[in-house]
Design a protein around this ligand. Structure first.
Ligand code: ATP
Ligand code: LTN
Length: 334
């Protein structure tokens, strides 16, 4: 708890171009939860360097992501939106938690296995201990709720294990966080291969809708989306392509699967794909407009970055000092 509200923490990496999956699976839910909770939303740039980055590009993307959070509807005056690298407590707590995490646990993480296969020339220690830094992010703010996509649940389980282990030794230091997965949009699949999740690192640009794609590109990608052979708009396991499009349409319009099936009863895939494309364009248009406005307002964004970094530092340092004391580091002389 912070004040009279429960605490929510989440973050996204500033790598690659964000996709519709990131928006529907994560950002959109953050916005819907932001009134109810005391929220911390981080641009997790420390996590980004587990994969080689061009420095200028990383800085540009991190700012673009910060602006996207705001444009998507997170008010930076009500939510603490900050860069992870501006709060050194993240790295400091991660070091301590590294000493409470087993190699065996980290070896089981599927993201580590996937990423080390993908970046075989750079399987660095940071990639391995990535989930410990994520645990530090969450635990520093005494977080109650962590909204994430399905793929991050394994990291959240590990966070809970680390927190429980630490609390078991030193008493109640950390709040044990709960994960939160939205009912729709939790796993948006690739438009070209519906057995894979839509990912910003997919090599085929037609597989993903990027949040900055223009209307024509979005419609074109949906027209080309892989569909199935039944030729009717029905949600079922044998039709992963159509089911994925229904998931997207449902999340963008708020319509249930039954309503969608009725709407497209007797109609072909072509009409349906067009409607899905238009629903996505409608969702993204206001975000594009707000981004254009915010980009003109450099001083406002800069002032939010500064004020929120101070707030995050204040809250995080409080937890860090408690932890340092518990593990036996000498007190600071003031
Ligand atoms: P990459 O594919 O390059 O590893 P990513 O697209 O998975 O990256 P992340 O930064 O790892 O992006 O994820 C940010 C958030 O978006 C996470 O909460 C994640 O669960 C969510 N997310 C990512 N892809 C999808 C998707 N296809 N469907 C739903 N949620 C997603
Ligand atoms: N690992 C997450 C990003 C992330 C995060 C977090 C999410 C880093 N720290 C803390 C929630 C809470 C990812 O790759 N999506």
């Amino acid at each position: 708890m912070l004040g009279d509200k429960k605490v929510l923490f989440s973050g996204m990496q500033a790598t690659g171009n964000l996709t519709l999956g990131n928006y529907l699976g994560a950002l959109k839910n953050w916005v819907s939860l932001s009134d109810e909770y005391e929220c911390f939303y981080s641009v997790v740039d420390l996590h980004s360097i587990t994969v080689r980055q061009d420095p200028a590009e990383l800085r540009r993307r991190a700012r673009a992501l910060y602006i996207l959070y705001v444009a998507a509807g997170l008010d930076p005056e009500k939510n603490c939106i900050y860069y992870q690298s501006h709060v050194s407590a993240h790295s400091e707590l991660a070091w301590i938690l590294n000493c409470f995490t087993y190699n065996g646990e980290l070896s089981r993480m599927t993201q580590f296995k996937d990423k080390s296969a993908k970046h075989a020339d750079n399987v660095n220690a940071g990639l391995f201990t990535y989930p410990v830094l994520m645990a530090a992010d969450i635990l520093l703010y005494q977080t109650d709720l962590v909204p994430v996509g399905k793929d991050q649940m394994q990291h959240l389980e590990l966070t809970r294990d680390i927190a429980q282990r630490f609390n078991g030794i030193y008493g109640d230091v950390f709040t044990i966080p709960e994960g939160y997965i939205a009912k729709t949009g939790a796993k948006i699949m690739s438009l070209q291969d519906p057995s894979k999740k839509m990912s910003k690192s997919d090599e085929n640009p037609n597989a993903s809708i990027y949040l900055m794609d223009d209307a024509d590109t979005i419609i074109r990608k949906f027209k080309r989306a892989v569909t199935d052979s039944e030729a009717c708009v029905r949600y079922n396991e044998n039709q992963p392509g159509i089911s994925n499009l229904m998931e997207i349409y449902s999340t963008c319009t708020g319509k249930s699967f039954a309503e969608i099936e009725k709407e497209f009863d007797g109609k072909g895939y072509g009409d349906f794909k067009m409607a899905v494309g238009e629903s996505v364009v409608d969702v993204l248009r206001p975000i594009h407009e707000r981004i254009a406005d915010l980009e003109k307002n450099k001083d406002y964004i800069d002032s939010m970055i500064k004020a929120n970094a101070e707030k995050a530092n204040y809250v995080a340092t409080k937890t860090l000092r408690k932890v340092q004391k518990k593990v036996g580091f000498p007190e600071r002389i003031r």
